[in-house]
Design a protein around this ligand. Sequence first.
Ligand code: PEP
Ligand code: MG
Length: 324
Amino acid sequence: LQAQFDKTLHLPAAMADGRRICMMINAGLAADSEHYGGGADGVGLYRTEIPFMIQDKFPSEDAQCQIYKSVLEGFPEQPVTMRTLDVGGDKALPYFPIREENPFLGWRGIRMTLDHPEIFLVQIRAMLKANIETQNLKIMFPMVTEIRELQQAKRLVLKAHSELQEELGMHFPLPQMGVMIEVPALLYQLRAVADIADFISVGSNDLTQYLLAVDRNNSRVASLYDELNPAVLNALNHIAQECRQYELEFSICGELAGDPLGAILLVAMGYEHLSMNAANIGRVKWAIGKVSQAQCDHMLQKALNLSCPDTIRRQLHVDMDAFG
Ligand code: PEP
Ligand code: MG
C-alpha cells in the first residue's frame, strides 16, 4: 500500500468522479514544500507557538520575521495560514510559565494574547513584514469564544498594519483573517463570525475535547476521545452547512482530516480543504480517489444514523472495502 500512497502523493487530490479536494499541510517549524516531500496545495495551519517553544525568550520581531519569511517562501505560489500564538493548555513556553488548575479551560490562545497586545502586535508586525514579497499569508486566531475577541484581534491586526505603513512609508498587503472553530460556543455564532471573518478552519482536536469534555492528553479517558463520536460528526456537518449558507470559506485542520475514513466523511459533508500532517497526505489522497461523491454521501448518511463511534468505524471499513 505504501507504494500506492507514494504514487498518489504527487497527483492532484481528486475523488473517483473527479471532484477536486485541496490537501494542505499542518506545520510548525521550517515549512518548505521540499522538506515535506511536495504534494500539498499550501499550508492550512502553521503553528507559530512551535518556534516560540524552542527559544529561551520571546523571539524578537526580526527573528520572527525571518522564520515566517522562510515559511512563506517555502510555498510561494500557495496560501499559508499562520495561526497567532496558541500557548497555554498543554503548550508551555519555558520563559512564560502559566500555572492554573484547569489549563485547557484557562488562559490560552487568543485569551492570553489579547491580554498582552504587545506580544500580539509584535507577532503581527513580523508576519506582515515577512509577507511583503510572497503575499500568500492568511492569519488565523486560536481559541476564540466570543465575537468580541474576534473583533479585538482584527482591530489589533489593522492597528499593526496601519502603524507599519506609516512607519515605513510603504504599502503592505492586508492578509485575510480567519478563526479556528474549536470552542463549541462558536458553533452557534457562525452567522456573526461570517460577518467579520474571511474564513474559518475547524480545529477538530480541541473541538472534540471540548464537545465531549474529555482531556485530549489523558490516557485514562482516551477511549472516550473519539473524533468519530456522533456529536463531533454532527457538529462538523453543522459547521459545513452553516458556512455554505453564510458563504463563509471553511476548512479543517484537526487530525480527523488526516485519517482516510475521517477525510471521506468530511468531503461528503462538503469540506474541500483538508489540512493534515504531511505524512498523511499520500494515504488520504489514495482513499479519496477510491470513492465518488455519491458513495461518500452514502457512507456519511449511514454514519450519521449510528450512535456508537466503534460501530461507525466498523461500518466505514466495511463500506470502504466494498467500494474500494
Ligand atoms: C486543533 O485543535 O484541532 C488544532 C488543529 O490545533 P492544535 O492541535 O494545535 O490545538
Ligand atoms: Mg487547537
